[in-house]
Design a protein. Structure first.
Length: 348
């Protein structure tokens, strides 16, 4: 059967950010939004709203991945990183090289069973995948991109203005992403540094987690600004070690996203960190939030990568020890305050 796919874009994942992407797309095209929940599908199609936000009638929900693949040439997967490979295993066989995938997931995938290794042994880049790499490994799709930047879902759903980055090695993907997502309140930059945008989007969540932790401990803006500034240094060091250019971390997908995520109460990672700082356990914090805070998982992966590459990342190291090894917060803060930074800016 020949299907006209020119006027429809697909979104996989009906959480807050998936719903946000669907809303943005609906300004320019019809949207097919995949959800596994039959109740969510029926409610959205009957009432044209999700998570309490009204949605355009151009958005239709489905619980069929096959329908998304058959109906849409351009698909935006927006699911947690820990679930991303399983999704692509299910979706990959339904896709063809003609498809374009632009993911909105800010995290990492671990190969094999190493994620369950409680020794927190060092891991190399060979054992870590970005979401674009997972897409390529699990499907015949060649044209891949990512959506990254200061994308706090609540603000966008409320219609507040912001900007984002569509990154891809293919100019065609960038052009299509800009055409589909741009609106009066949403500006879309383009970048050919796909790995840089993905690393920036994932690693800033670690700093946002730490910023929230400081807030939960009653710390003020001075120490928060220091953490964010030095955290940017660590993100750049990580990125360069993992194959990205430093410029990727100095733009909208880097420092722009870092500032938004590490300072806003609408940020899941900031809120999660604040709960930990106030004394909640990881399990208690997870049970209190509606969606995944990617920074918790990314922190463990970043810590293990830093051990392998011997990267000097004191914030990541101290945050890991405080959250996962019961290291006293006061000692960690003292260590960071006394850490022998030699110069203020040393990565330009």
């Amino acid at each position: 059967m020949n299907v006209d796919r020119s006027g429809c874009a697909g979104v996989i994942g009906a959480g807050s950010f998936g719903t946000t992407v669907a809303k943005l797309l609906a300004y320019n095209t019809d949207v097919l939004l995949f959800t596994r929940s039959r109740n969510t599908m029926q409610h959205l199609n009957q009432h044209h709203e999700n998570l309490g936000y009204p949605l355009s009638e151009r958005i239709r929900a489905t619980n069929s991945l096959e329908e998304v693949a058959n109906t849409c040439n351009v698909i935006f997967p927006v699911v947690p990183s820990a679930s991303f490979r399983n999704l692509m295993k299910q979706l990959g066989g339904l896709l063809e090289p003609r498809h374009i995938l632009i993911h909105g997931t800010k995290g990492f995938d671990l190969t094999g069973v190493r994620e369950k290794d409680e020794t927190n042994a060092a891991i190399s880049r060979d054992e870590v995948r970005t979401m674009s790499e997972v897409i390529i490994e699990e499907s015949p799709v060649l044209r891949v991109g990512c959506l990254s930047g200061p994308n706090l879902a609540k603000e966008i759903l409320e219609g507040q203005p912001t900007a984002t980055v569509v990154a891809s090695e293919f100019t065609e993907v960038i052009d299509i992403g800009q055409k589909l997502l741009s609106s009066g309140a949403f500006f879309v930059f383009g970048s050919h540094d796909l790995i840089g945008a993905e690393l920036a989007g994932a690693l800033k969540n670690v700093i946002a987690l730490g910023s929230g932790y400081l807030n939960g401990k009653g710390m003020g803006k001075n120490i928060q600004s220091m953490l964010i500034t030095r955290g940017l240094h660590e993100i750049v060091y990580f990125g360069k070690s993992l194959g990205a250019r430093k410029e990727a971390f100095l733009g909208t997908a880097g420092i722009g996203d870092l500032i938004a995520t590490a300072t806003s109460e609408d940020s899941r990672n900031f809120t999660f960190g604040r709960m930990l700082g106030q004394g909640s356990t990881i399990e208690e914090a997870e049970n209190s939030v509606d969606e995944v805070a990617e920074g918790v998982r990314t922190l463990k992966i970043a810590y293990r990568l830093s051990k392998y590459y011997n990267i000097k990342v004191p914030i990541t190291e101290m945050l890991f020890k405080v959250i996962y090894a019961q290291f006293p917060f006061e000692r960690a803060l003292e260590y960071l305050m006394r850490y022998p930074y030699t110069t203020d800016v040393d990565f330009l």
